[in-house]
Design a protein around this ligand. Structure first.
Ligand code: NDP
Length: 473
């Protein structure tokens, strides 16, 4: 495979040879107990799937209101759990042949595309556990995305596959995805163990199952972690929103503005993941996180089936009440503005840092992917040269705050909730959950960077003192 070659120092960014230091090796091996350790992760592995199914019950049977026991006694809670929660799931959300065909069909299709479609090959960072070796990543996400968009349009137009089926089968498809999340995690865990690829293990089975055992599982030229990060969650999320919008179109003869808003929001996110796939290669998930339940389950089931609640809620509301949720024109325009400004900062923020890192890595490249937004690449950027050898960007959005892409992501996520109005908490779940995820991620990341860069990190924090919002936090 030919590897995309960088133009390194042409932009004033010196090429970093990525020599692995002793500290890199130590940090790469260091086991840190996150998420409450083995007990905390067990609670999450049981709690997340149950919560997702609970949300389904709320959307399907309570118009988005939070279902709860009629009385808060042990009997009342038991009755609620068995009669309301469990029974409803058994009656309406168990996987069926159609849901397995739809979900697993898409998973298989996206894996086949990842294997066969063309795309540039990009080198990742030098990996401490491989003594500085760089892995190659085939970035054919864009080809997959464009082929999928055209194919789905053809399938729906000619009645070969009716995309409203996704919304009709939302519960069973979600349950199928939950089961697949566990199956894939187990397969990756066991196979990587058999192949002797376990890495940074804590010795606690459930903790390692959750955090992952293998850093870079691969099937031939498919990098499973990268495939799972980009090719399943975001396209599935997008098609759930398309399906919900189509259902409303069928009922009303037009797509209401909030449903169109969600289709646009999920299109932008999914499109960004595919068009900037080569940038993901140098992101924290790819070079540091292992491929365990946390990433696999979340990508296969969690992201698509919890981030879609605004779209499902809008559809259920319309089907139940016969009218769609609508807002005043200024309110709708303001939300479109929040979404688009948030997207602009998200896209260019990720792009500025990742391209800067690719320049250091010698893997910088430009692509004809839509949209290439102004200020996505900084010419002759300002940076701090650390004694570790790495450079820290202090320019563009990265000179304003230390996590501009997180702020932008949060702006978009709150707009997804606000477009549904204020009658249900469920569309705001993603925002609330995301605040916790990103806050936790920031803490973990900053601790790691403080250890890795020492005084240079302090200098960076002095030059860029705010994390999310200038002069506030
Ligand atoms: P980052 O892109 O923030 O990557 C963190 C790493 O970047 C650090 O460990 C450090 O690595 C390097 N770094 C930090 N600051 C600088 C700097 N100033 N200059 C150069 N390098 C720097 O992390 P994420 O992977 O968390 O986020 C990527 C995107 O994914 C974000 O937009 C985020 O919102 C999104 N995301 C979305 C999720 C979702 O569910 N929707 C979930 C998680 C993330 P090093 O040690 O190599 O220097």
């Amino acid at each position: 495979m030919a590897v995309a070659k960088g133009n390194d120092s042409k932009n004033g960014v010196p090429l970093f040879k990525n020599k692995i230091t002793k500290l890199d090796e130590e940090l790469d091996k260091e086991v840190v107990f996150e998420f409450g350790g083995p007990v905390g992760v067990c609670a999450m592995m049981i709690g997340f799937p149950m919560l997702m199914l609970y949300f389904w019950v709320c959307l399907e049977h309570h118009q988005g209101a939070l279902a709860r026991p009629a009385v808060w006694t042990i009997e009342g809670v038991k009755e609620f759990f068995f009669d309301e929660y469990l029974q409803k799931i058994l009656d309406g959300a168990l996987p069926n042949i159609l849901s397995v065909k739809i979900y697993m069909g898409f998973v298989a299709y996206s894996a086949i595309c990842a294997y066969f479609l063309p795309g540039p090959v990009v080198e990742g960072f030098a990996l401490p556990y491989l003594k500085g070796k760089k892995l190659k990543y085939l970035c054919n996400g864009l080809a997959f995305w464009y082929v999928t968009l055209v194919l789905s349009g053809v399938l729906h137009y000619y009645g070969i596959f009716d995309f409203t089926l996704i919304a009709d089968q939302y519960g069973p498809i979600m349950f199928t995805a939950i089961i697949w999340g566990f199956v894939m995690t187990t397969l990756v865990y066991v196979i990587s163990g058999v192949m002797g690829k376990h890495h940074r293990m804590s010795g606690y089975f459930f903790y390692d199952y959750f955090m992952g055992a293998c850093l870079n599982p691969r099937v031939g030229r498919i990098d499973l972690k990268m495939w799972a990060e980009t090719r399943v969650p975001w396209p599935v999320l997008f098609y759930i929103s398309v399906s919900c919008a189509l259902k409303q179109y069928q009922a009303l003869g037009y797509v209401p503005a909030p449903a169109a808003f969600m289709v646009l929001a999920h299109f932008l996110y999914s499109n960004a993941c595919q068009k900037g796939e080569e940038c993901i290669v140098t992101s924290w998930d790819i070079f540091y996180e292992k491929d365990g339940f946390m990433l696999i389950f979340w990508n296969m089931a969690g992201v698509p089936f919890t981030y879609c609640m605004s779209s499902v809620y809008l559809m259920k509301y319309q089907l139940h009440n016969g009218v769609a949720i609508s807002h005043s024109t200024p309110y709708t325009i303001a939300l479109f503005a929040v979404l688009l400004v948030g997207y602009y900062i998200f896209d260019t923020g990720n792009s500025q840092k990742n391209r800067f890192r690719m320049e250091q890595n010698g893997s910088f490249m430009t692509r004809n992917a839509f949209p290439q937004l102004p200020w996505g690449h900084i010419k002759n950027p300002k940076y701090i040269k650390t004694s570790h050898g790495n450079l820290l960007l202090c320019d563009g959005w990265w000179g304003v705050v230390r996590k501009p892409h997180y702020t932008a992501d949060l702006m978009m996520s709150i707009s997804w909730g606000l477009i549904t109005g204020f009658d249900s908490f469920l569309p705001y779940f993603y925002f609330c959950f995301f605040v916790c995820v990103l806050t936790h991620r920031v803490t973990r990341d900053f601790e790691r960077c403080a250890k890795k860069y020492g005084k240079d990190w302090e200098e960076y924090c002095r030059r860029v003192p705010y994390v999310f919002f200038p002069y506030i936090f």
